[in-house]
Structures are given as C-alpha cells and as structure tokens.
Design a protein. Structure first.
Length: 201
C-alpha cells in the first residue's frame, strides 16, 4: 500500500530529527525499531481532518516559529503540510493533577497509530499542543515513549523534578512510568513516539 506523499515526507523528516536529538540509548533503540516497522505502511484514513479551538488560536503561530535548527525547521514545515489531514482530539480526564483550564486548552493528534492518519497498532507517533499556562495530568501507559520537544515547556517523569528540555530536547519514558507536562507563558508543542511491543531482555 502506497503511503501518502505528505505523510511519508513528514516521517522522513521526523526520524532525521529524532535521530539527531534523541541521546538516550533506549530512545535510539526504540526509534530505530519504529523506523524499521514503518517500512511497511498500513491502512490509511482520509477525510478525518479536524481542528479544535486551541489549534485555531495557537497552532499557526507555533508552526511559524523558526528554531534555527535545520532538521527541526524542516520537520515543522513537513508537519505544516500534513496537519490539515489530522484529527485533533481532547484527552478526557477527571484528575486533580490537571489544571482547571486543561480540558479546552490542549489537543492531541495521532499521526500514525490507533485512530491516526495511518491506522495501526504496532507503533504510535503523535503530537501535543497546549495553550500557555496549562498542566497536563499525571498519566502512564505500557508502551515506552520518546519525546521530541519543539517549544519551551516543562516535563516530569517518575520522581523527577520538573525539567525543561528546550527546543530540540528529547527524553525517554520507560514503560509504566508516571509523567506529566506543563506550559509556561508560551504554548507547548511536542512530538511523541511510542513502541508498544519491543522485546525486553
């Protein structure tokens, strides 16, 4: 099955950027396996494009930002071309760790993965946008996860203090670890890559 040109162009740019900025050996192993699995495309969906109000307010400005890092600017450009095809969704949550403004002030889009533009179960590649001054709730999941951050913002995992990866920052979340993120005075924008079934020894 042929992959959409815009999706393939985005994936090519995404893995150049992940390869450049992911330093944790576990991230690098995970991303390498995701890339290998992506060699075979799967079912692709169409006509799912949908923006939420937080996207209408903040996304265009976020995507107009120049990072000064070639691979990230190419990634943002490729994502900009792909973004109208994506379905942005709210995360349903009833959790005291989320900020009160969280429900209407964030959006997630699955690019490749369950319910994504390429609908598959063996990997997840998606993106999160948050308005300024929003805290994402504490959460955890079985798949390991690698973040690639394209904005200012703070993150927390396990028992760590809040930390700021910065633009181009990348970090690894082991399976099942509790983690969260929060934006400051500017929107937060980050990609995430999850691998549900990597064999562990």
């Amino acid at each position: 099955m042929a992959r959409l040109d815009a999706l393939q162009a985005f994936l090519d740019a995404a893995f150049v950027a992940f390869d450049q900025f992911a330093e944790d050996p576990r991230s690098r192993l995970s991303v390498t396996q995701i890339l290998a699995q992506l060699e075979a495309s799967q079912t692709q969906r169409s006509d799912i494009g949908k923006r939420l109000p937080v996207c209408e307010r903040y996304l265009d400005d976020v995507l107009a930002t120049k990072t000064g890092k070639t691979s990230l600017d190419v990634l943002i450009g490729r994502f900009t071309a792909l973004e109208p095809a994506l379905e942005w969704k709210w995360r349903s949550v009833n959790d005291h760790t989320a900020s009160e403004n969280f429900p209407m002030s964030h959006a997630n889009a699955m690019i490749v993965g369950p319910g994504g533009l390429e609908d598959r179960r063996d990997l997840w590649l998606g993106v999160t946008l948050m308005a300024p001054n929003v805290r994402y709730p504490d959460h955890d999941h079985a798949p390991e996860e690698t973040y690639l951050v394209l904005s200012e913002g703070e993150f927390q995992h396990g028992d760590s203090e809040w930390f700021s990866p910065g633009i181009g920052g990348s970090f690894y979340n082991p399976p099942g670890i509790k983690h969260a993120m929060r934006s400051g005075g500017r929107p937060l924008f980050a990609f995430w890559a999850l691998l549900p079934d990597r064999p562990r020894h």
